[in-house]
Design a protein around this ligand. Sequence first.
Ligand SMILES: Cc1ncc(COP(=O)(O)O)c(C=O)c1O
Length: 478
Amino acid sequence: MNQRQAPLFGALKRYLARGHAGFHFPGHGGGRGLPRNLVDDLVRLDLTELPGLDDLHAPAGPIARAQELAAALYGADRTFFLVNGSTAGIQALLLAATAPGDKVLLPRNIHRSVIGGLILSGADPVYVTPSFSPDFGIYLPPRPADVRAALRAHRDLAAVLWTHPDYHGLATLTPEVATALREAGLPLLVDEAHGAHLPFHPAMPAPALALGAAAAVQSAHKLGGALTQGSWLHLRGPALAPQRVARALALLQTASPSYLLLASLDLARRQLALSGPRLVGRAVELAGRLRRGLAALEGVAVLEAGAGQADPTKVVASTRGLGLSGYRAATLLRREYGVQVELAGFGHLLFVVGLGTRAPDVARALRAFRSLVRKYGRPSCRSDLRPPAPDFYFPPPAEKVLTPRESWLTPARAVALEAAAGLVAAETVNLCPPGIPIVFPGEKLTPEVLQYILEIKARGFTVQATDPGLASIMVHCE
Ligand SMILES: Cc1ncc(COP(=O)(O)O)c(C=O)c1O
């Protein structure tokens, strides 16, 4: 063990030295989208609760004022700064709004942080299955009819936790769905991790608070110009008591919140308030350039949606027509052209155009893609695609035997993946990104789910699981 080494720092420096054009989170693009004052003072701002600097867990001074300004900007009654990402905010909302055994309505393509919230709160999930696009291999928003049917079938729901917009930028809280949820009279909690920038451009999906949400959690670090882990939680209306949310946050967040993150939230809010429409407008314009350039290439299809139906700064391109899997295309873009996308799927890529993206990044991505099409977009390369049957993308929901909390508290053991069919999963297995679970704790492992896992394994996707190699999986003893 050579203590002179700093392996992580070294890997970061080497990554930076390669000079990628980045289309991924955090959206500030290597600091270019960060407020200038923050960049100038970055290291010196790493302070703690010194006299005059307030206390995140009992704010009465500058933190309280900074939060009030953020609340005013987003039309909230109360805003809490978060230093453990939206993850902490989502989990605090579930803890504040539900008791063990309470039923919560959720879209099936929730982020894994929601499973953590279900374990902590003991709430019992009821899922609405979203629809699916076989062309792009992505989830589409749940159909309003399915939402209404779920509301009719479960009259005893205690709350709704919705994801809006979804990872690919699609508006899932459409006015129709929002009306159905509002009419049900339930507290509407929204994971708006991908929506800190929504209020600042007219083409964006409507923000959750404007659609009647009682709470919305936003990762300001994704698309709002804050440092990674900087998020905020907004409350509006009487459905949730702020004190209860504050208590839950005190339970979940560190006792030593980073003032760098808190300052970045304060400055990101000011930057959005003063220049949001211009900065987000530029990202929309650059994303439009990227979208049009990609769509003009033979064999590349780009997801199109009307104004308000999708976040225009997210560009989803299908690589199927090139005979390349999204994963292979992303690897080639990175290795041969220095272009890093946010996410690659079986048959698509997701580019995120953030506040820090610049015109030369878009030009480089387009040059790279053109060359990719010329070099690899040929039938001889098509063996790489091996598309799985469309429903592999979306293993059907399995039988729920235990709630996530019951599963957490029940003994578990590892079994070989091949021997797991019919057993009850004791862990969450996520594809990362997007961090959406493939395996849900407490649900029976079906042959479809296991087949899906084998596909993922064969293609070398990154997964988060107890055994990241996926030779085994945690199950409950019979
Ligand atoms: C839909 C969604 N919700 C929640 C989160 C968690 O947010 P954070 O990384 O800020 O904790 C993510 C992160 O990727 C996400 O994509």
